[in-house]
Design a protein around this ligand. Structure first.
Ligand code: HEM
Length: 159
């Protein structure tokens, strides 16, 4: 595995990301913008699921999920790009692994909440249905795992 990681790290692309004046800062800035889209929109949706504020209709919010998937695509591509720059270190970092676990958990929760809660959104908006405590719990968990992903992602730089 180390040989493969070292080969990735030794490519001229990885070299450009690592040592050029603008490579790393530009990609990291795009990574932060992707993060803002994903976590910003999901926080609003998660808070609405918890009931803050209950007056906000859920139906139009579903369209915002496109922005979440766009932001996630940006973060996947920029994250993989950043990874190439120091592949051996990132691969062996427990903090980085926990960060990825938090990202995968957050995306899974978003997909579940998206498919189930938004399907019931018209009934919830009209008052014919309520959001169950289980889904509210998942929305709280979603906020916590994204906070973990951001904190762990930032911490990797200090290892
Ligand atoms: C939406 C999901 C993601 C979030 C919220 C996130 C969050 C973060 C944060 C907060 C940072 C620190 C930025 C800084 O130091 O200023 C970071 C850096 C980084 N992320 Fe992500 N990330 C996500 C997805 C990914 C993915 C999918 C990968 C890899 C496949 C990845 C790989 C990296 C790498 C390699 C760094 C650089 C760490 C360093 O320079 O020390 N990220 N991420």
């Amino acid at each position: 595995m180390n040989t493969l990681l070292q080969t990735i790290q030794d490519t001229s692309f990885a070299d450009w990301v690592r040592v050029s004046e603008w490579g790393y800062p530009i990609v990291l800035t795009l990574h932060s913008l992707g993060l803002a889209l994903v976590v910003g929109v999901l926080f609003i949706i998660d808070l609405r699921i918890i009931g803050i504020p209950r007056s906000l209709p859920l139906v139009p919010m579903r369209q915002l999920m496109r922005l979440v998937w766009l932001g996630f695509t940006v973060n996947l591509l920029t994250g993989l790009t950043l990874f190439t720059a120091d592949a051996v270190k990132f691969y062996h970092s427990p903090t980085f692994r926990f960060k990825l676990l938090a990202v995968v958990s957050g995306v899974t929760l978003a997909a579940i909440l998206n498919s189930i809660v938004f399907k019931a959104a018209p009934d919830i908006d009209s008052g014919a249905a309520r959001i169950s405590p289980a889904f509210k719990g998942m929305a709280i968990l979603s906020i916590l795992v994204w906070l973990a992903a951001i904190s762990l992602g930032r911490y990797v730089a200090y290892e």
